[in-house]
Design a protein around this ligand. Structure first.
Ligand code: ACO
Length: 325
């Protein structure tokens, strides 16, 4: 049966690293608090020369190079982001221009931290209909541009970066096996970023808090563990698989305590879970593709390995995906 296989991966992290020690100078916090409550030690922050489309394009270029493809070979470019370069046009179109993927059509999707899995799911469905299609899926965020740097509840958590994968159809066992995606818009208020106020005064929202991330961390924490656990269990059960069949788990990198809670509930051994949260913080839609690229380049993935990805974020949007590497 034809499946969408990953031909190459890439990632990009801006050079500038913001440490917990620097954050101690900016808000009332401590390295000890941040590490014990979140597992984060540092995060990368984009500079003025690194607008989102450039960060995304760097990751996309590395994925194309790894796949041995030219930009002109790409038929579709999907960019997952919640920190777009502009409201209009899509950041995907800026990435297209930057990369030179002139034969592709390009668009953005918005599913916060779940964005990359939503993008890969979409790509695999295009590929099922047209197996020779080459789809570049990028998860990219400059969340540093959406943070209130005086708000210690959020400013310690997020980082910038991008990850990407090129997919196309192939016969055989390898590829995207399945994914389970969910949203619950009733819980939107747990994590959101308002845009600029409406130019129509009649439609302005009361009590505008600025274009910054607003978060109810404790409620998100509980939902994250519960919902990812449910998504993973349903996905495995649908394929008559158990956790012992999984070779590597790539969870969304939001908080080490969320990951450990989930790992314990699912009984996943610690050495089967990849963590880069300590170096990257929460990069939202970029978190899973950055992790995937890092494990691929470290040689931790072998042909035939079963990889489980699971994610959770604003929307609420969440899901799980199974990939035979
Ligand atoms: N430094 C020091 N103290 C802090 C900081 C900080 N950076 N941030 C919050 N605190 C304080 C709080 O003000 C609170 O003080 P109070 O008791 O005097 O009111 C105290 O620490 C405890 O706060 P809690 O919210 O109970 O801390 P908790 O242990 O829940 O950890 C955290 C907070 C890290 C935010 C956690 O709830 C979490 O990670 N939640 C999930 C968040 C998340 O994953 N968000 C992203 C989702 S993914 C996406 O879509 C982008």
């Amino acid at each position: 049966m034809t499946k969408a296989v990953i031909l190459g991966t890439g990632s990009f992290l801006p050079d500038r690293i913001l440490t917990n020690a620097e954050l101690e100078q900016m808000v009332e916090t401590s390295d000890e608090w941040i590490r014990t409550r979140t597992g984060i030690g540092a995060r990368h922050i984009a500079g003025s020369h690194e607008p989102l489309y450039k960060v995304a394009a760097q990751a996309g270029k590395r994925a194309l190079d790894a796949a041995g493809l030219a930009p002109e070979d790409v038929d579709l470019l999907i960019l997952a982001t919640v920190s777009p370069h502009m409201i209009m046009p899509s950041t995907a179109c800026f990435v297209q221009a930057e990369l030179g993927t002139v034969n592709a059509f390009a668009y953005d999707i918005s599913a916060a931290c779940a964005g990359f899995l939503f993008g890969v799911d979409m790509a695999s469905k295009y590929i099922a209909a047209q197996p020779d299609m080459k789809v570049l899926v990028i998860g990219a965020e400059n969340l540093s541009t959406r943070i209130n740097w005086q708000d210690r509840n959020t400013c310690v958590l997020f980082g910038d970066g991008a990850g990407a994968a090129v997919l196309s159809g192939a016969e055989g066992e390898r590829g995207i096996l399945d994914s389970r995606l969910y949203t619950d818009g009733r819980l939107w208020h747990l994590l959101y970023t308002e845009g600029p106020p409406s130019m129509n005064k009649d439609l302005q929202l009361p009590g505008w808090k600025g274009p910054f991330i607003q978060m109810n961390g404790a409620e998100l924490f509980k939902n994250a563990v519960r919902l990812m656990e449910g998504a993973v269990k349903k996905l495995l059960a649908a394929h008559h698989l158990t956790i012992s069949d999984i070779d590597l788990m790539l969870p969304h990198q939001a908080n080490i305590r969320i990951i450990n809670n989930l790992r314990e509930r699912l009984a996943v051994p610690e050495d089967k879970v990849f963590i880069n949260l300590d170096r990257c913080g929460n990069t939202s839609s970029a978190s899973i593709p950055i992790a995937m690229d890092e494990v691929a380049r470290e040689g931790r993935l072998h042909p035939g390995d079963l990889v489980l990805m699971c994610t959770f974020g604003a929307g609420l949007a969440w899901g799980a995906l199974l990939l035979r590497w």
